[in-house]
Design a protein around this ligand. Structure first.
Ligand SMILES: Cc1cc2nc3c(=O)[nH]c(=O)nc-3n(C[C@H](O)[C@H](O)[C@H](O)COP(=O)(O)OP(=O)(O)OC[C@H]3O[C@@H](n4cnc5c(N)ncnc54)[C@H](O)[C@@H]3O)c2cc1C
Length: 520
């Protein structure tokens, strides 16, 4: 059994930031199930929001974030985000991140529901540059032990405390112990048929934490991105994100009849909050019977190949020129606002267990995340978890030994792929952009049946992931069924209005452990 001071699970922006800071104060192990840095951070396009322009201020950024969160943001968590954000971004620049500049000055773009131009960017591949910077520094400092292509399959618990994790590595389950375990495993977009997320975004961290008994919060709130490439007849795999920044620079949306429609739904038209744009597109698609609407970038007064090189190249590969052609787009699941409940130092409800980045829920994003706030969240809170842990001398306790590994249930479906596809279809159908009590109740029943069917089986990474996806899907469906109102990204056809009287509150879910009978 290997033992270190700190284990960080996940090497996106939150995990890289936390691991680097922790390594200054203790032996740190960074585990990721893919290659180092592989994850949503790597594919983030539009940018990172920070109030750094002279005529911007954290107060404005705070107000925009709170407004987008539809009554469910935690004011203290947002205050910390917007106030500490500029400092963390400056440090990132000092570490070597090269953001776009005009005449030597940082260039800020605008995105939906931001009242100011405050998004720093690197073309349309901002996350790649941030990941490259943090990964390079971490490797050159050489203080963090790296364990890649290794999947954490469960947390190691001892008397209600998290004391490490179990890792599936080359077909074997190995135990790693630590004084503190930090979950930075990213989101769960893969539980939906149409999504923007990388293949590994299967909600593992949420499922691990839930199984261990940690409290989860806001599980009903998943954000649907309005614009993913949606070629008529294309497969879910052919979808890719088209950043909101294109609308920030002037792109407009047209329905299948060629008409602009957004101003009918919201005074800010194409720059309305994400949930509004996604739902409006969905309604236009339903009204016209088309499988997509169209993004028109022809009037953007920029060199599109230079400003949006990734999107330009991807569309070109599909035979479309973004400067001349209309681009087919449709919404897809994108970002999990809910997750493992933490305080503003990343502490979960379980001693020894911390969470940061997309897997965590501390109320920064409320019911609807403001664009480009999630990279900032990972950066600010990844750093805060580490500095709080290093301040806490008690964390140097020696963890206990000899904790047995209890295998968890795997799918009893004939093939893992079959269950995964069925789950993704069911989630999209019944827990997607527009939900109803009837559909959600059917979904809960269906997912519960699939769970009952589960039985222990040999460990392989894909069936572990599918098992996690099923768990997260069920929790999301239950939370969405219970919330009988519409708010932020959660829209109920049967309860289309926001109900502040009853629902200005979070839903917290904790697993109930059955008490073994003592018999007689
Ligand atoms: C296409 C796309 C574009 C986006 N654009 C933007 C943007 O412009 N601006 C913005 O702010 N946000 C954007 N986002 C959201 C943002 O990228 C993510 O929310 C953020 O990067 C999450 O960072 P993270 O560190 O929490 O997780 P990730 O970067 O997703 O990293 C998760 C890590 O956990 C590891 N992991 C997961 N499960 C396990 C396990 N069981 N065992 C071991 N390791 C595990 C993975 O291998 C990975 O290393 C975008 C997201 C997508 C998908």
């Amino acid at each position: 059994m290997t033992s270190v001071d700190f284990i960080v699970i996940g090497s996106g922006i939150a995990g890289l930031t936390a691991a680097r800071e922790l390594s200054h104060g203790g032996e740190t192990l960074l585990i990721s199930k893919g290659a180092l840095g592989e994850g949503a951070t790597q594919v983030a396009q539009g940018g990172i929001a920070a109030a750094m322009r002279k005529d911007d201020s954290p107060t404005f950024h705070y107000a925009d974030t709170i407004r987008a969160g539809a009554g469910l943001c935690d004011p203290e968590a947002v205050r910390i985000l917007v106030e500490e954000g500029p400092l963390r971004v400056r440090e990132l620049i000092e570490l070597g991140a090269i953001f776009d500049r005009v005449d030597g000055e940082l260039d800020f773009t605008r995105e939906a529901a931001h009242g100011q131009r405050r998004i720093l960017h690197v073309g349309d591949a901002t996350g790649r540059e941030i990941g490259r910077t943090l990964g390079t520094v971490l490797q050159s400092e050489g203080k963090v032990k790296l364990l890649s292509h290794a999947m954490v399959v469960d947390l190691m618990m001892d008397n209600g405390r998290c004391v490490g994790c179990w890792v599936l590595q080359d077909g074997e389950i190995l135990g790693y112990q630590a004084s503190a375990v930090i979950l930075a495993t990213g989101g769960c977009g893969q539980i939906f048929r149409y999504n923007t997320n990388p293949k590994g975004a299967t909600g593992d961290g949420i499922a691990l934490a839930y199984r261990a008994g940690a409290a989860l919060q806001d599980m009903e709130f998943i954000q649907f991105h309005p614009t993913t490439f949606a070629k008529p007849g294309g497969t879910p795999d052919s979808r890719f994100l088209i950043t909101e920044a294109v609308r920030g620079e002037g792109a407009v949306l047209r329905n299948d009849e060629g008409q602009r429609f957004m101003s009918r739904y919201h005074p800010d038209a194409e720059l309305a909050p994400r949930d509004v744009v996604a739902r409006s597109i969905f309604q236009e698609m339903q009204r016209t019977g088309a499988g997509q609407v169209w993004l028109d970038m022809r009037e953007i007064p920029l060199d599109l190949a230079a400003r949006f090189p990734t999107i330009y190249a991807k569309c070109k590969a599909e035979g479309l020129d973004i400067g001349k052609d209309l681009i087919p787009v449709a919404p897809a699941a994108h970002y999990m606002m809910g997750g493992v409940k933490t305080d503003v130092c990343g502490q979960t409800s379980i001693p020894g267990l911390y969470a940061g980045g997309e897997v965590a829920c501390l109320g920064v994003h409320g019911a609807n995340r403001l664009a480009s706030n999630s990279l900032l969240d990972g950066l600010v809170y990844g750093y805060r978890i580490a500095s709080a842990l290093l301040r806490n001398a008690q964390m140097k306790l020696h963890p206990p030994r000899n904790v047995p590994f209890v295998p968890f249930a795997n799918s009893a479906f004939s093939t893992n792929a079959e269950l995964r596809l069925a789950l993704q279809d069911a989630m999209w159908e019944w827990a997607g952009i527009s939900r109803s009590g009837e559909g959600l109740a059917r979904l809960v029943a269906q997912l519960s049946d699939w769970q009952v069917l589960c039985e222990p089986r040999g460990a392989d990474p894909e069936s572990c992931e599918t098992q996690n996806m099923l768990q997260v899907g069920l929790l999301m469906a239950q939370a969405a069924l219970a919330r009988t109102e519409s708010r932020g990204s959660h829209y109920r056809e049967d309860f289309p209005l926001r109900d502040d009287e009853h629902w200005s509150r979070h839903q917290v879910i904790v697993r109930v452990f059955s008490v073994p009978s003592t018999g007689s």
